[in-house]
Ligand binder design. Structure first.
Ligand code: NAG
Ligand code: NAG
Ligand code: NAG
Ligand code: NAG
Ligand code: NAG
Ligand code: NAG
Ligand code: NAG
Ligand code: NAG
Ligand code: NAG
Length: 481
Protein backbone atom coordinates (compact mmCIF):
# COMPACT_ATOMS: atom_id res chain seq x y z
CA UNK A 1 0.00 0.00 0.00
CA UNK A 2 2.73 2.38 1.03
CA UNK A 3 4.68 1.34 -2.02
CA UNK A 4 1.72 2.12 -4.25
CA UNK A 5 1.28 5.60 -2.72
CA UNK A 6 4.95 6.36 -2.98
CA UNK A 7 4.80 5.30 -6.63
CA UNK A 8 1.89 7.63 -7.29
CA UNK A 9 3.53 10.49 -5.39
CA UNK A 10 6.79 9.87 -7.12
CA UNK A 11 5.04 9.88 -10.50
CA UNK A 12 3.39 13.19 -9.61
CA UNK A 13 6.60 14.68 -8.35
CA UNK A 14 8.39 13.46 -11.43
CA UNK A 15 5.79 15.10 -13.64
CA UNK A 16 6.02 18.31 -11.67
CA UNK A 17 9.78 18.30 -11.74
CA UNK A 18 9.69 17.81 -15.50
CA UNK A 19 7.36 20.79 -15.80
CA UNK A 20 9.54 22.84 -13.54
CA UNK A 21 12.54 21.97 -15.59
CA UNK A 22 10.69 23.07 -18.68
CA UNK A 23 9.63 26.29 -17.02
CA UNK A 24 13.09 26.95 -15.79
CA UNK A 25 14.46 26.29 -19.24
CA UNK A 26 11.95 28.70 -20.75
CA UNK A 27 12.57 31.16 -17.99
CA UNK A 28 16.26 30.87 -18.63
CA UNK A 29 15.66 31.73 -22.23
CA UNK A 30 13.55 34.75 -21.44
CA UNK A 31 15.56 35.54 -18.38
CA UNK A 32 18.82 35.72 -20.31
CA UNK A 33 17.21 38.29 -22.58
CA UNK A 34 16.33 40.28 -19.47
CA UNK A 35 19.77 39.58 -18.15
CA UNK A 36 21.29 41.16 -21.24
CA UNK A 37 19.15 44.24 -20.63
CA UNK A 38 20.03 44.28 -16.91
CA UNK A 39 23.66 43.88 -17.90
CA UNK A 40 25.89 43.69 -14.89
CA UNK A 41 23.41 41.90 -12.63
CA UNK A 42 22.73 38.88 -14.85
CA UNK A 43 21.99 35.83 -12.75
CA UNK A 44 21.06 32.71 -14.84
CA UNK A 45 18.50 31.18 -12.38
CA UNK A 46 16.72 34.27 -11.19
CA UNK A 47 12.95 33.91 -11.89
CA UNK A 48 11.84 37.17 -13.37
CA UNK A 49 9.51 35.56 -15.86
CA UNK A 50 5.92 36.54 -15.23
CA UNK A 51 2.80 34.82 -16.49
CA UNK A 52 0.58 37.28 -18.31
CA UNK A 53 -2.85 37.52 -16.75
CA UNK A 54 -6.21 39.04 -17.42
CA UNK A 55 -8.84 40.16 -14.97
CA UNK A 56 -12.48 39.81 -15.79
CA UNK A 57 -15.00 41.55 -13.64
CA UNK A 58 -18.59 40.48 -13.42
CA UNK A 59 -21.30 42.17 -11.46
CA UNK A 60 -24.10 40.60 -9.56
CA UNK A 61 -26.11 43.25 -7.86
CA UNK A 62 -23.64 45.40 -6.05
CA UNK A 63 -21.17 42.57 -5.73
CA UNK A 64 -18.35 42.63 -8.21
CA UNK A 65 -16.31 39.50 -8.70
CA UNK A 66 -12.94 39.56 -10.38
CA UNK A 67 -11.56 36.36 -11.82
CA UNK A 68 -7.94 36.22 -12.85
CA UNK A 69 -7.08 34.17 -15.88
CA UNK A 70 -3.75 33.37 -17.40
CA UNK A 71 -3.28 34.67 -20.88
CA UNK A 72 -0.49 32.19 -21.39
CA UNK A 73 -1.92 30.84 -24.61
CA UNK A 74 0.92 28.60 -25.66
CA UNK A 75 1.94 28.05 -22.06
CA UNK A 76 -1.54 27.48 -20.80
CA UNK A 77 -1.17 23.88 -19.70
CA UNK A 78 2.18 24.48 -18.17
CA UNK A 79 1.11 27.62 -16.42
CA UNK A 80 -1.88 25.92 -14.87
CA UNK A 81 0.49 23.83 -12.84
CA UNK A 82 2.48 26.73 -11.51
CA UNK A 83 0.02 27.80 -8.81
CA UNK A 84 -0.09 24.25 -7.54
CA UNK A 85 3.62 24.02 -7.56
CA UNK A 86 4.49 27.31 -6.05
CA UNK A 87 1.20 28.62 -4.74
CA UNK A 88 2.32 31.90 -6.15
CA UNK A 89 0.12 32.72 -9.11
CA UNK A 90 -1.98 34.54 -8.57
CA UNK A 91 -1.06 35.89 -5.23
CA UNK A 92 -1.72 39.29 -3.91
CA UNK A 93 -4.67 41.54 -4.14
CA UNK A 94 -7.32 43.02 -6.30
CA UNK A 95 -7.67 46.77 -6.15
CA UNK A 96 -11.24 47.97 -6.48
CA UNK A 97 -12.01 51.34 -7.95
CA UNK A 98 -14.87 53.25 -9.37
CA UNK A 99 -14.92 53.72 -13.10
CA UNK A 100 -13.61 57.20 -12.50
CA UNK A 101 -10.43 55.72 -11.21
CA UNK A 102 -8.82 57.30 -8.23
CA UNK A 103 -7.32 55.38 -5.35
CA UNK A 104 -8.30 51.86 -4.51
CA UNK A 105 -11.53 51.80 -2.60
CA UNK A 106 -10.36 48.54 -1.10
CA UNK A 107 -7.90 45.76 -1.70
CA UNK A 108 -9.11 42.19 -1.36
CA UNK A 109 -6.96 39.10 -1.32
CA UNK A 110 -7.19 36.63 -4.12
CA UNK A 111 -8.87 33.40 -3.12
CA UNK A 112 -9.20 30.06 -4.80
CA UNK A 113 -11.80 30.30 -7.55
CA UNK A 114 -15.24 28.95 -6.84
CA UNK A 115 -16.47 26.17 -9.03
CA UNK A 116 -18.11 27.24 -12.24
CA UNK A 117 -15.35 29.69 -13.08
CA UNK A 118 -13.58 27.55 -15.60
CA UNK A 119 -10.04 28.57 -16.21
CA UNK A 120 -9.95 31.07 -13.36
CA UNK A 121 -6.89 30.77 -11.23
CA UNK A 122 -8.00 33.12 -8.50
CA UNK A 123 -10.91 35.17 -7.49
CA UNK A 124 -11.89 38.06 -5.26
CA UNK A 125 -15.10 39.90 -4.64
CA UNK A 126 -16.05 43.31 -3.47
CA UNK A 127 -19.42 44.74 -2.57
CA UNK A 128 -19.96 48.21 -3.96
CA UNK A 129 -23.09 48.66 -1.91
CA UNK A 130 -21.31 50.63 0.74
CA UNK A 131 -19.49 52.93 -1.61
CA UNK A 132 -20.94 56.29 -2.39
CA UNK A 133 -21.85 57.27 -5.89
CA UNK A 134 -25.04 57.63 -7.76
CA UNK A 135 -23.82 57.73 -11.32
CA UNK A 136 -26.23 56.82 -14.02
CA UNK A 137 -23.85 54.09 -15.05
CA UNK A 138 -22.55 51.85 -12.37
CA UNK A 139 -19.09 50.49 -12.96
CA UNK A 140 -16.57 48.50 -11.05
CA UNK A 141 -12.91 48.51 -11.82
CA UNK A 142 -10.75 45.74 -10.64
CA UNK A 143 -7.04 45.53 -11.04
CA UNK A 144 -5.07 42.46 -10.28
CA UNK A 145 -1.95 43.83 -8.78
CA UNK A 146 0.29 40.99 -9.79
CA UNK A 147 2.69 38.82 -7.90
CA UNK A 148 6.18 37.54 -8.23
CA UNK A 149 5.02 35.08 -10.83
CA UNK A 150 2.06 36.77 -12.44
CA UNK A 151 1.79 40.06 -14.21
CA UNK A 152 -0.59 42.72 -12.98
CA UNK A 153 -3.66 43.20 -15.14
CA UNK A 154 -6.21 45.92 -14.57
CA UNK A 155 -9.65 45.44 -15.97
CA UNK A 156 -12.98 47.02 -15.68
CA UNK A 157 -16.46 45.73 -15.64
CA UNK A 158 -19.45 47.96 -15.81
CA UNK A 159 -23.13 47.76 -15.92
CA UNK A 160 -25.64 50.42 -16.68
CA UNK A 161 -27.83 50.76 -13.69
CA UNK A 162 -30.95 48.74 -14.01
CA UNK A 163 -34.12 50.70 -14.51
CA UNK A 164 -36.73 50.07 -11.87
CA UNK A 165 -40.45 50.19 -11.71
CA UNK A 166 -42.26 51.01 -8.53
CA UNK A 167 -45.94 50.48 -7.87
CA UNK A 168 -47.93 51.80 -4.96
CA UNK A 169 -51.31 50.43 -4.00
CA UNK A 170 -53.49 51.15 -1.03
CA UNK A 171 -56.46 49.40 0.41
CA UNK A 172 -58.71 50.25 3.29
CA UNK A 173 -58.24 47.77 6.09
CA UNK A 174 -60.48 49.42 8.67
CA UNK A 175 -62.88 52.00 7.43
CA UNK A 176 -63.84 53.13 10.90
CA UNK A 177 -60.24 53.59 11.99
CA UNK A 178 -59.53 55.03 8.53
CA UNK A 179 -56.51 52.75 8.29
CA UNK A 180 -54.99 51.93 4.96
CA UNK A 181 -52.46 49.32 3.97
CA UNK A 182 -49.90 50.68 1.53
CA UNK A 183 -47.99 48.16 -0.53
CA UNK A 184 -45.06 48.94 -2.76
CA UNK A 185 -43.50 46.61 -5.29
CA UNK A 186 -40.11 47.28 -6.78
CA UNK A 187 -39.19 45.43 -9.94
CA UNK A 188 -36.60 45.81 -12.64
CA UNK A 189 -37.77 47.58 -15.74
CA UNK A 190 -36.86 47.13 -19.36
CA UNK A 191 -33.81 49.28 -20.00
CA UNK A 192 -33.38 49.71 -23.69
CA UNK A 193 -29.92 49.90 -25.13
CA UNK A 194 -28.35 48.05 -22.28
CA UNK A 195 -26.04 45.28 -23.38
CA UNK A 196 -27.75 42.03 -22.67
CA UNK A 197 -24.71 40.35 -21.25
CA UNK A 198 -24.50 43.05 -18.64
CA UNK A 199 -28.09 42.67 -17.64
CA UNK A 200 -28.13 41.64 -14.04
CA UNK A 201 -31.80 41.00 -13.77
CA UNK A 202 -34.60 39.91 -15.99
CA UNK A 203 -37.21 42.52 -16.70
CA UNK A 204 -39.88 42.70 -13.99
CA UNK A 205 -37.75 40.71 -11.58
CA UNK A 206 -38.42 41.61 -7.93
CA UNK A 207 -35.75 43.72 -6.30
CA UNK A 208 -35.27 42.94 -2.64
CA UNK A 209 -33.62 44.75 0.22
CA UNK A 210 -34.32 48.25 -1.08
CA UNK A 211 -35.57 51.04 1.09
CA UNK A 212 -38.69 52.78 -0.19
CA UNK A 213 -39.96 56.00 1.33
CA UNK A 214 -43.69 56.55 1.39
CA UNK A 215 -45.33 59.95 1.85
CA UNK A 216 -48.94 59.60 2.83
CA UNK A 217 -49.95 63.02 1.63
CA UNK A 218 -51.49 64.21 4.87
CA UNK A 219 -48.44 65.95 6.28
CA UNK A 220 -47.59 63.14 8.64
CA UNK A 221 -44.01 61.81 8.79
CA UNK A 222 -42.94 59.62 5.88
CA UNK A 223 -42.81 55.87 6.34
CA UNK A 224 -39.91 53.75 5.20
CA UNK A 225 -40.08 50.11 4.26
CA UNK A 226 -37.60 47.59 2.92
CA UNK A 227 -38.62 45.34 0.06
CA UNK A 228 -38.70 41.62 0.75
CA UNK A 229 -37.66 38.82 -1.52
CA UNK A 230 -40.76 39.43 -3.59
CA UNK A 231 -39.77 43.05 -4.03
CA UNK A 232 -42.74 44.10 -1.94
CA UNK A 233 -43.20 45.83 1.38
CA UNK A 234 -46.24 47.08 3.26
CA UNK A 235 -47.02 49.69 5.86
CA UNK A 236 -50.25 50.69 7.57
CA UNK A 237 -51.22 54.32 7.87
CA UNK A 238 -54.17 55.91 9.59
CA UNK A 239 -55.69 59.13 8.33
CA UNK A 240 -57.33 61.34 10.88
CA UNK A 241 -59.74 63.08 8.55
CA UNK A 242 -61.48 62.05 5.41
CA UNK A 243 -60.53 63.44 2.07
CA UNK A 244 -58.48 62.61 -0.96
CA UNK A 245 -54.77 62.21 -0.38
CA UNK A 246 -51.94 61.94 -2.84
CA UNK A 247 -49.59 59.28 -1.55
CA UNK A 248 -46.20 58.86 -3.15
CA UNK A 249 -43.53 56.20 -2.95
CA UNK A 250 -39.94 57.04 -3.75
CA UNK A 251 -37.01 54.81 -4.40
CA UNK A 252 -33.80 56.79 -4.58
CA UNK A 253 -31.90 54.10 -6.38
CA UNK A 254 -28.50 52.61 -5.72
CA UNK A 255 -25.29 52.01 -7.58
CA UNK A 256 -27.08 49.17 -9.28
CA UNK A 257 -30.62 50.40 -9.67
CA UNK A 258 -32.04 53.60 -11.04
CA UNK A 259 -34.44 55.61 -8.94
CA UNK A 260 -38.15 55.35 -9.50
CA UNK A 261 -41.28 56.61 -7.91
CA UNK A 262 -44.97 55.95 -7.86
CA UNK A 263 -48.02 57.91 -6.90
CA UNK A 264 -51.43 56.87 -5.76
CA UNK A 265 -54.58 58.65 -4.78
CA UNK A 266 -56.16 57.53 -1.55
CA UNK A 267 -59.84 58.20 -1.25
CA UNK A 268 -60.36 58.34 2.46
CA UNK A 269 -63.83 59.53 1.79
CA UNK A 270 -67.01 59.23 3.71
CA UNK A 271 -68.56 55.86 3.39
CA UNK A 272 -72.29 55.65 3.36
CA UNK A 273 -74.10 54.35 6.39
CA UNK A 274 -77.56 53.02 7.02
CA UNK A 275 -79.83 53.00 10.04
CA UNK A 276 -82.54 50.44 10.61
CA UNK A 277 -85.15 50.65 13.33
CA UNK A 278 -87.21 48.07 15.15
CA UNK A 279 -89.49 48.36 18.15
CA UNK A 280 -90.83 45.95 20.72
CA UNK A 281 -93.74 45.49 21.09
CA UNK A 282 -94.52 45.92 17.44
CA UNK A 283 -97.69 47.83 18.32
CA UNK A 284 -97.00 49.61 21.57
CA UNK A 285 -99.68 50.74 23.96
CA UNK A 286 -99.94 54.20 25.46
CA UNK A 287 -98.50 54.45 28.99
CA UNK A 288 -96.47 51.25 28.47
CA UNK A 289 -92.78 51.17 27.67
CA UNK A 290 -91.65 50.46 24.14
CA UNK A 291 -88.05 49.56 23.34
CA UNK A 292 -86.54 50.83 20.10
CA UNK A 293 -83.43 49.28 18.59
CA UNK A 294 -81.63 51.36 15.99
CA UNK A 295 -78.88 49.50 14.14
CA UNK A 296 -76.18 51.39 12.27
CA UNK A 297 -74.23 49.63 9.54
CA UNK A 298 -71.80 50.63 6.84
CA UNK A 299 -73.55 51.32 3.59
CA UNK A 300 -72.29 48.15 1.97
CA UNK A 301 -75.49 46.21 2.60
CA UNK A 302 -75.10 45.12 6.16
CA UNK A 303 -71.53 43.94 5.76
CA UNK A 304 -70.38 45.68 8.88
CA UNK A 305 -72.26 47.04 11.86
CA UNK A 306 -70.79 50.17 13.37
CA UNK A 307 -70.13 50.40 17.09
CA UNK A 308 -69.70 53.41 19.32
CA UNK A 309 -71.74 55.80 17.26
CA UNK A 310 -74.33 58.21 18.55
CA UNK A 311 -77.86 57.71 17.30
CA UNK A 312 -80.63 60.20 17.89
CA UNK A 313 -84.19 59.01 18.09
CA UNK A 314 -87.09 61.41 17.70
CA UNK A 315 -90.14 59.63 19.08
CA UNK A 316 -92.56 61.76 17.13
CA UNK A 317 -94.27 63.06 20.25
CA UNK A 318 -91.91 65.97 20.63
CA UNK A 319 -89.31 64.18 22.69
CA UNK A 320 -85.88 62.99 21.60
CA UNK A 321 -83.15 60.78 23.03
CA UNK A 322 -79.61 59.85 22.05
CA UNK A 323 -77.90 56.53 22.58
CA UNK A 324 -74.61 54.92 21.53
CA UNK A 325 -74.34 51.81 19.41
CA UNK A 326 -72.92 48.74 21.08
CA UNK A 327 -70.61 46.15 19.53
CA UNK A 328 -73.58 44.83 17.55
CA UNK A 329 -74.13 48.28 16.11
CA UNK A 330 -77.31 48.65 18.16
CA UNK A 331 -78.47 51.70 20.05
CA UNK A 332 -81.33 51.00 22.48
CA UNK A 333 -84.04 53.42 23.58
CA UNK A 334 -86.89 53.05 26.04
CA UNK A 335 -89.85 55.31 25.64
CA UNK A 336 -93.41 55.52 26.89
CA UNK A 337 -96.05 57.27 24.86
CA UNK A 338 -98.58 59.26 26.87
CA UNK A 339 -101.27 58.98 24.25
CA UNK A 340 -102.30 56.66 21.50
CA UNK A 341 -102.00 57.68 17.91
CA UNK A 342 -99.67 57.61 14.95
CA UNK A 343 -96.17 58.95 15.53
CA UNK A 344 -93.46 59.72 12.99
CA UNK A 345 -90.39 58.12 14.58
CA UNK A 346 -87.02 59.09 13.12
CA UNK A 347 -83.72 57.42 13.98
CA UNK A 348 -80.71 59.27 12.69
CA UNK A 349 -76.94 58.95 12.71
CA UNK A 350 -75.37 62.34 12.11
CA UNK A 351 -72.26 60.91 10.46
CA UNK A 352 -68.64 61.21 11.51
CA UNK A 353 -65.23 61.54 9.92
CA UNK A 354 -65.59 58.19 8.20
CA UNK A 355 -69.28 57.89 7.50
CA UNK A 356 -71.89 60.12 6.04
CA UNK A 357 -75.04 60.45 8.07
CA UNK A 358 -78.19 58.43 7.51
CA UNK A 359 -81.61 58.06 9.00
CA UNK A 360 -84.76 56.04 8.84
CA UNK A 361 -88.29 56.80 9.84
CA UNK A 362 -91.44 54.91 10.55
CA UNK A 363 -95.00 55.80 11.31
CA UNK A 364 -95.58 54.17 14.64
CA UNK A 365 -99.11 53.24 15.67
CA UNK A 366 -99.61 53.43 19.42
CA UNK A 367 -102.75 51.78 20.74
CA UNK A 368 -105.02 52.98 23.54
CA UNK A 369 -104.43 51.53 26.92
CA UNK A 370 -107.41 49.65 28.30
CA UNK A 371 -109.25 50.92 31.36
CA UNK A 372 -111.30 49.03 33.93
CA UNK A 373 -114.07 50.16 36.19
CA UNK A 374 -115.12 48.70 39.52
CA UNK A 375 -118.44 49.57 41.11
CA UNK A 376 -119.04 49.29 44.84
CA UNK A 377 -122.53 50.10 46.08
CA UNK A 378 -123.20 50.80 49.72
CA UNK A 379 -125.55 49.65 51.13
CA UNK A 380 -126.39 46.79 48.88
CA UNK A 381 -129.27 46.05 48.74
CA UNK A 382 -130.26 49.72 48.79
CA UNK A 383 -133.21 51.17 50.57
CA UNK A 384 -135.69 53.42 48.90
CA UNK A 385 -135.68 57.05 50.08
CA UNK A 386 -132.28 56.53 51.66
CA UNK A 387 -129.01 57.62 50.24
CA UNK A 388 -127.01 55.01 48.42
CA UNK A 389 -123.27 55.51 47.83
CA UNK A 390 -121.61 54.36 44.61
CA UNK A 391 -117.83 54.18 44.55
CA UNK A 392 -116.55 53.74 41.01
CA UNK A 393 -112.91 52.75 40.83
CA UNK A 394 -111.05 53.32 37.55
CA UNK A 395 -107.81 51.50 36.88
CA UNK A 396 -105.48 51.19 33.95
CA UNK A 397 -105.09 47.89 32.12
CA UNK A 398 -101.34 48.44 32.14
CA UNK A 399 -98.75 46.80 34.37
CA UNK A 400 -99.53 47.23 38.05
CA UNK A 401 -103.10 48.33 37.25
CA UNK A 402 -102.59 51.85 38.57
CA UNK A 403 -105.65 53.82 39.63
CA UNK A 404 -106.52 56.66 37.28
CA UNK A 405 -107.18 60.09 38.66
CA UNK A 406 -109.18 62.87 37.01
CA UNK A 407 -111.22 60.61 34.77
CA UNK A 408 -114.72 61.63 33.94
CA UNK A 409 -117.05 58.91 35.12
CA UNK A 410 -120.76 58.87 34.40
CA UNK A 411 -123.03 56.85 36.60
CA UNK A 412 -126.48 55.90 35.38
CA UNK A 413 -128.49 54.87 38.42
CA UNK A 414 -130.91 52.82 36.39
CA UNK A 415 -133.85 54.92 37.44
CA UNK A 416 -135.72 57.23 35.07
CA UNK A 417 -132.55 57.94 33.09
CA UNK A 418 -131.01 59.68 36.05
CA UNK A 419 -127.26 59.95 35.93
CA UNK A 420 -124.41 61.98 37.33
CA UNK A 421 -120.92 62.77 36.16
CA UNK A 422 -117.89 63.33 38.30
CA UNK A 423 -114.12 63.05 38.18
CA UNK A 424 -112.12 60.31 39.76
CA UNK A 425 -110.13 61.44 42.76
CA UNK A 426 -106.40 61.13 43.18
CA UNK A 427 -106.80 57.53 44.21
CA UNK A 428 -108.98 56.81 41.20
CA UNK A 429 -112.33 56.72 42.93
CA UNK A 430 -115.42 58.60 41.77
CA UNK A 431 -118.04 58.73 44.50
CA UNK A 432 -121.71 59.18 43.72
CA UNK A 433 -124.73 59.29 45.98
CA UNK A 434 -128.31 58.69 44.97
CA UNK A 435 -131.65 58.23 46.69
CA UNK A 436 -133.96 55.78 44.95
CA UNK A 437 -137.64 56.62 44.88
CA UNK A 438 -138.99 53.14 44.16
CA UNK A 439 -138.55 49.53 45.08
CA UNK A 440 -137.37 46.79 42.82
CA UNK A 441 -134.28 45.87 40.80
CA UNK A 442 -132.34 48.54 39.01
CA UNK A 443 -129.16 48.30 36.97
CA UNK A 444 -126.58 50.92 37.85
CA UNK A 445 -124.04 51.49 35.06
CA UNK A 446 -120.77 53.39 35.42
CA UNK A 447 -119.17 54.54 32.19
CA UNK A 448 -115.84 55.99 31.27
CA UNK A 449 -115.94 57.42 27.75
CA UNK A 450 -112.15 57.07 27.28
CA UNK A 451 -109.71 59.74 26.20
CA UNK A 452 -106.70 59.89 23.93
CA UNK A 453 -104.86 57.51 26.20
CA UNK A 454 -107.42 55.09 27.54
CA UNK A 455 -110.14 53.16 25.86
CA UNK A 456 -113.73 53.50 27.05
CA UNK A 457 -115.01 51.12 29.67
CA UNK A 458 -118.13 50.50 31.67
CA UNK A 459 -119.43 48.34 34.44
CA UNK A 460 -122.99 47.60 35.57
CA UNK A 461 -124.49 46.05 38.64
CA UNK A 462 -128.06 45.02 39.20
CA UNK A 463 -129.20 46.37 42.49
CA UNK A 464 -132.24 45.57 44.56
CA UNK A 465 -133.92 48.58 46.16
CA UNK A 466 -135.90 47.62 49.24
CA UNK A 467 -138.38 49.38 51.45
CA UNK A 468 -138.14 49.63 55.24
CA UNK A 469 -141.95 49.03 55.36
CA UNK A 470 -142.73 45.54 54.01
CA UNK A 471 -146.48 46.13 54.29
CA UNK A 472 -146.36 48.80 51.71
CA UNK A 473 -144.35 46.67 49.33
CA UNK A 474 -146.85 46.99 46.51
CA UNK A 475 -146.79 50.73 46.48
CA UNK A 476 -143.91 51.22 44.22
CA UNK A 477 -143.87 54.91 43.91
CA UNK A 478 -142.98 56.74 47.05
CA UNK A 479 -144.70 59.88 48.16
CA UNK A 480 -141.39 61.39 49.06
CA UNK A 481 -140.17 61.39 45.50
C1 NAG B 1 18.87 44.38 -12.42
O1 NAG B 1 18.77 43.36 -11.41
C2 NAG B 1 19.00 43.80 -10.08
C3 NAG B 1 18.94 42.61 -9.14
O2 NAG B 1 18.44 41.50 -9.73
C4 NAG B 1 18.01 44.88 -9.69
O3 NAG B 1 18.26 45.33 -8.38
C5 NAG B 1 18.11 46.02 -10.65
O4 NAG B 1 17.12 46.98 -10.35
C6 NAG B 1 17.89 45.54 -12.08
N1 NAG B 1 18.14 46.61 -13.00
C7 NAG B 1 17.25 46.91 -13.99
C8 NAG B 1 17.67 48.05 -14.85
O5 NAG B 1 16.24 46.26 -14.16
C1 NAG C 1 -26.13 36.73 -7.64
O1 NAG C 1 -26.20 36.79 -6.22
C2 NAG C 1 -27.31 36.12 -5.68
C3 NAG C 1 -27.32 36.35 -4.19
O2 NAG C 1 -26.19 36.94 -3.72
C4 NAG C 1 -27.19 34.63 -6.02
O3 NAG C 1 -28.31 33.96 -5.46
C5 NAG C 1 -27.17 34.46 -7.50
O4 NAG C 1 -26.99 33.10 -7.82
C6 NAG C 1 -26.04 35.25 -8.10
N1 NAG C 1 -26.14 35.20 -9.54
C7 NAG C 1 -25.11 34.79 -10.29
C8 NAG C 1 -25.37 34.77 -11.75
O5 NAG C 1 -24.07 34.47 -9.77
C1 NAG D 1 -4.52 48.99 -1.80
O1 NAG D 1 -3.23 48.66 -2.24
C2 NAG D 1 -2.54 49.72 -2.88
C3 NAG D 1 -1.25 49.19 -3.47
O2 NAG D 1 -0.64 48.34 -2.57
C4 NAG D 1 -2.25 50.82 -1.87
O3 NAG D 1 -1.61 51.88 -2.47
C5 NAG D 1 -3.59 51.26 -1.31
O4 NAG D 1 -3.39 52.19 -0.26
C6 NAG D 1 -4.39 50.12 -0.78
N1 NAG D 1 -5.71 50.62 -0.51
C7 NAG D 1 -6.47 50.20 0.49
C8 NAG D 1 -7.76 50.88 0.69
O5 NAG D 1 -6.09 49.29 1.25
C1 NAG E 1 -43.29 35.89 -1.73
O1 NAG E 1 -44.43 35.48 -2.49
C2 NAG E 1 -44.78 34.11 -2.27
C3 NAG E 1 -45.91 33.77 -3.20
O2 NAG E 1 -46.85 34.80 -3.25
C4 NAG E 1 -45.14 33.90 -0.81
O3 NAG E 1 -45.46 32.56 -0.58
C5 NAG E 1 -43.98 34.30 0.05
O4 NAG E 1 -44.32 34.20 1.40
C6 NAG E 1 -43.55 35.71 -0.26
N1 NAG E 1 -42.35 36.02 0.49
C7 NAG E 1 -42.29 37.05 1.31
C8 NAG E 1 -40.99 37.26 2.01
O5 NAG E 1 -43.23 37.79 1.50
C1 NAG F 1 -66.03 55.84 21.18
O1 NAG F 1 -65.96 57.10 20.54
C2 NAG F 1 -65.40 58.11 21.32
C3 NAG F 1 -65.45 59.40 20.54
O2 NAG F 1 -66.43 59.38 19.60
C4 NAG F 1 -63.97 57.73 21.65
O3 NAG F 1 -63.41 58.70 22.48
C5 NAG F 1 -63.95 56.40 22.34
O4 NAG F 1 -62.63 55.98 22.54
C6 NAG F 1 -64.66 55.36 21.52
N1 NAG F 1 -64.71 54.12 22.26
C7 NAG F 1 -64.45 52.95 21.70
C8 NAG F 1 -64.56 51.77 22.59
O5 NAG F 1 -64.14 52.86 20.53
C1 NAG G 1 -85.05 49.72 28.97
O1 NAG G 1 -85.78 49.17 29.99
C2 NAG G 1 -85.34 47.89 30.40
C3 NAG G 1 -86.24 47.38 31.48
O2 NAG G 1 -87.54 47.64 31.19
C4 NAG G 1 -83.92 47.96 30.89
O3 NAG G 1 -83.47 46.68 31.18
C5 NAG G 1 -83.05 48.56 29.83
O4 NAG G 1 -81.76 48.74 30.32
C6 NAG G 1 -83.61 49.89 29.39
N1 NAG G 1 -82.81 50.36 28.31
C7 NAG G 1 -82.43 51.62 28.23
C8 NAG G 1 -81.63 51.96 27.05
O5 NAG G 1 -82.73 52.43 29.08
C1 NAG H 1 -116.10 55.34 48.87
O1 NAG H 1 -115.20 56.41 48.51
C2 NAG H 1 -115.10 57.39 49.52
C3 NAG H 1 -114.17 58.50 48.97
O2 NAG H 1 -113.11 58.01 48.28
C4 NAG H 1 -114.54 56.73 50.77
O3 NAG H 1 -114.45 57.67 51.77
C5 NAG H 1 -115.43 55.58 51.21
O4 NAG H 1 -114.89 54.91 52.31
C6 NAG H 1 -115.64 54.63 50.11
N1 NAG H 1 -116.59 53.60 50.49
C7 NAG H 1 -116.29 52.33 50.52
C8 NAG H 1 -117.36 51.42 50.98
O5 NAG H 1 -115.18 51.91 50.16
C1 NAG I 1 -106.32 60.98 29.23
O1 NAG I 1 -106.21 60.81 30.61
C2 NAG I 1 -104.92 60.75 31.11
C3 NAG I 1 -105.00 60.45 32.57
O2 NAG I 1 -105.72 61.41 33.23
C4 NAG I 1 -104.19 62.02 30.82
O3 NAG I 1 -102.89 61.95 31.31
C5 NAG I 1 -104.18 62.21 29.37
O4 NAG I 1 -103.58 63.44 29.03
C6 NAG I 1 -105.57 62.18 28.80
N1 NAG I 1 -105.42 62.16 27.36
C7 NAG I 1 -106.01 63.03 26.59
C8 NAG I 1 -105.77 62.88 25.13
O5 NAG I 1 -106.75 63.89 27.05
C1 NAG J 1 -124.13 45.05 31.80
O1 NAG J 1 -122.89 44.46 31.52
C2 NAG J 1 -122.92 43.32 30.73
C3 NAG J 1 -121.55 42.78 30.61
O2 NAG J 1 -120.65 43.52 31.27
C4 NAG J 1 -123.52 43.63 29.38
O3 NAG J 1 -123.61 42.48 28.61
C5 NAG J 1 -124.87 44.28 29.56
O4 NAG J 1 -125.39 44.68 28.32
C6 NAG J 1 -124.81 45.45 30.47
N1 NAG J 1 -126.14 45.95 30.74
C7 NAG J 1 -126.46 47.22 30.67
C8 NAG J 1 -127.88 47.53 31.00
O5 NAG J 1 -125.65 48.06 30.40
Amino acid sequence: MLAMWSRIICADVRRQMLSLALILALQGFVGSADGVKNGSHHQPWTIDFQVPTSTIVTLNGTVATANVFTRAGLWKDVVSIIPKLLGACPQGQICWKTVNGGPCLANTSIQAPTSGNRGSIGQASFNYATTPGNEAAFSAMAGYQGSALCKAAPSQGSATRVGTSLTLTSSSINAVAQSFMFTVTLTSAASSGQPTRRRLLQDAAPISGQVITISFGDGSPDGTVTTNSNGTASIVHRYTTHGTYKATARYTGSTVFLASHAMGLVQNGMLSSSVSLANNPAIPVATEQVTFTATVASGAAGTMVLANLTVELAYGDGSTDTSTTNSNGQAMFNHTYATAGSFPVVASFAGNAAYSGSSTSESLIVDLESSHLGLLITPNPAFASEETTFNVTITSGGPGSPRLAGKTITLDYGEAYMSDTTSSSANGVATFTHTYCRFGDVTATATFAGNGTYSASSVNTTLTVKSHCPGRKLRRRLAAC
